[in-house]
Design a protein around this ligand. Structure first.
Ligand SMILES: [Zn+2]
Length: 85
């Protein structure tokens, strides 16, 4: 059955990462509660989730990342030094 509404997750970077755009929005990870940064064009129907929380979900549901480079870029983005607070 595919009638059940599917929760749409939005994989975000932590708010502690340097902002890429001035109009970035902030949200809360549904998994661990960390504050996340995301682009404003993602609607409220999307549930923010951080990458460390999202990966186990993706693997649990057997979902392959659509583009390995995207995931690699996200991981690289996470790994960036936060710089001076
Ligand atoms: Zn999380």
């Amino acid at each position: 059955m595919s009638d059940e509404p599917e929760e749409k997750f939005l994989i975000c970077v932590p708010a502690s990462t340097p902002p890429l755009f001035a109009d970035d929005r902030l949200g809360t990870c549904c998994g661990c509660g960390v504050t996340l940064r995301f682009r404003p064009y993602h609607g409220p129907a999307m549930t923010p989730i951080c990458l460390p929380c999202a990966m186990p979900l993706l693997l649990e549901h057997g979902i392959e990342p659509p583009d390995d480079r995207t995931v690699a870029e996200a991981v690289a983005y996470f790994a960036k030094p936060e710089g001076t607070a």
